[in-house]
Design a protein around this ligand. Sequence first.
Ligand SMILES: Cc1ncc(C[n+]2csc(CCOP(=O)(O)OP(=O)(O)O)c2C)c(N)n1
Ligand SMILES: [Mg+2]
Length: 794
Amino acid sequence: MSDAPPPAPAGPSDEELDALDAHWRAANYLAVGQIYLMDNPLLTRPLAPEHIKPRLLGHWGTSPGLNLVYTHLNRLIGARGTPALCIWGPGHGGPAVLAGSWLEGSYSETYPDVGRDAEGMGLLFKQFSFPGGVPSHVAPETPGSIHEGGELGYSLAHAYGAALDHPELLVTCVIGDGEAETGPLAGSWHANKFLDPVHDGAVLPVLHLNGYKIANPTVLARLPQTELDALLRGYGHDPLYVEGDDPRSVHRAMALAMDRAVDRIQEIQATARAGGDPERPRWPMIVLRTPKGWTGPAEVDGLPVEGTWRAHQVPLPGVRDNPDHLRQLEAWMRSYRPDELFDAEGRPTAQVLACVPEGAARLGASPYANGGLLLRDLPIPDLDGFAAPVDRPGTTLREPTRVLGGLLEAVMAATADRRDFRLVGPDETASNRLDAVYEASGKTWNARTLPTDEHLARDGRVMEVLSEHLCQGWLEGYLLTGRHGLFSCYEAFAHIVDSMVNQHIKWLRTSRRLAWRRPIASLNYLLTSHVWRQDHNGFSHQDPGFVDHILNKSPEVVRVYLPPDANTLLSVADHALRSRDYVNVIVAGKQPSYDWLTLDQARVHCARGAGVWDWAGTEDGSREPDVVLACAGDVPTLETLAAAQLLRHHLPELAVRVVNVVDMARLMPHSEHPHGMPDSEYDALFTRGRPVIFAYHGYPWLIHRLAYRRAGHSDLHVRGYKEEGTTTTPFDMVVRNDLDRYRLVMDVIDRVPGLGVRAVAVRQEMADTRTRHHAWIREHGTDLPEVANWSWEG
Ligand SMILES: Cc1ncc(C[n+]2csc(CCOP(=O)(O)OP(=O)(O)O)c2C)c(N)n1
Ligand SMILES: [Mg+2]
């Protein structure tokens, strides 16, 4: 593709520049008003202390820059009719985005009580960062937004996620120069190598060099221009520079840059869509260098503010008590000439609205920002075609994730034309045994390829990049704009996105309370390559704590599933992929493991979420069991069944109940989680006073935490992972963590009243086997034959 610049587009006329400036001034006025005023919104009276909010909260510094982008996007959308979405990286600039939405009318349509008139303006101002009002950041409440921007770093990843498989869409992404210092943002520049100009839309990054973060300069703003340019070109972009502090010349330069960028994008897309140019395009981007807090107070109390870090939040902090500050605020607000911008009723004038597009083209009314409006049900085929046949439990071995891979391949194939399903992961799709999906879709790749590469495709929908942040951000952006997906990840490294998933959960929780936000597809994690089977890796790869993290979060949003075998994994995955507005975490192994349930049994068991496996126990129903062996997770289930089998042999008179838990939230009180069991059900399952030996996949404290209010809690004894990890045999991992079958039998003997003395010989044999195991693995490098060759006798 030629790198020659396209012919310069004609710039905006003087009249158009006046209108753009009027819109921008109006937006700046509204942003300042939101931060300061609770009365007198149009300044019809001299500003007085009682018009000022008692607590001054919000971020001014970023707002004029965001407003500039809003204004110019309006112009662009109006002129081109391009469907557009904007991701506001500095989401702390809530006042700016709210101002843009109010001016275009989308705000009042979403919230009719906040009309586009003087009264509505008064409410817009007062509600901002006010008890019972709206947050200071861009938030789910903000029309047109899919990105909170409170936690910085994810804007560009979200933008690319939104653009995927939306070939008509232009996603502009404002990136703060502070945000650009974060790891996730720095990694996100490479998302342009995964964008297919044929099937995907475009992302237009606007790097906003206002020079400062909260209290410091920013790295990128202080690089020499040549170095910055080399960096951005190195990322594969063609930067266009818009710089200055004279509004008129910046408006002209911004309009030209936007036109040039979109011309270039359309040229790239047209060429690619006509079947030409297999080279990766060099996408345009804009570098916007304007002062932080531009048009705000130049100096406050003798110190420079505009164009410095001091402009970040509230430049005049003492307005209510300090008459000088009050005068300065009034002069600042009047500098925008509000009487030229709003009529006597407070409505924006025709000149202000000249650049604003109509209807759903407006940024605050974009259906792409309310993805549930676009969402279609995922075509998931019937599970029967993928199920593992099971004649007898515990006798056939399968890799559960490989079985799931068959289903995912079918979903990929069924969405080949619709293109609304993606699988993301950090380089582990094949390692996690989901590689069947490659039969239905290649791996997205728009960089160079070599003959040795496999399964790469420009239009692939399997996305693999070694950045968990980017995977998460892509998927969030994709889901929030109305599509479906799954993130498969090594269990230990899911923690990398702990903080990102926090934000997504908050987003969902708030969205659920907003009737106008339609439900979106759930964010689904498949955590595999889990703690118990890190044969290649060892301690660094052993951490089952992501589920603990998730279960701290809003119960209405989070779901954690530990399917014990292939068919339960299929059933759980099917449920998760159909669900809406949740974060579903599924933990399942990829190593060969026993099938326990037929698909029909799996469906029933998963619907229950927890239940007795009567075929595995020895109780006859005539009395309460002597002990409950509970388990959650594939490896703990194996150890529990092996322990149950040992008890059958050695202590056949013992009435043993085996309970398997798939849905972790079932253990919570019903009052705390919608899946939680009522006490009556919990007591019936686990008994009120019999010992419960619970073999759990992760950190044992979680089970105590979830069950601490239950009557039988003092009889609950949990085994799980206690940070004993290394590269060793599979069975040694469970022995090291006291989760092995022999230890579980010893736990039974220790805890069933009166059994200790009677079963002393059995206990000794169990302890001796552990000792034998220790010596055996050191000599042979493999597990004891009776462990390695174990199967369920039934
Ligand atoms: C991950 C993260 N770390 C720290 C913060 C606290 N914080 C809020 S705004 C800000 C500065 C942002 O600077 P920049 O991205 O340049 O935005 P600007 O306001 O200058 O447009 C910081 C550090 C945050 N919100 N997120
Ligand atoms: Mg900045």
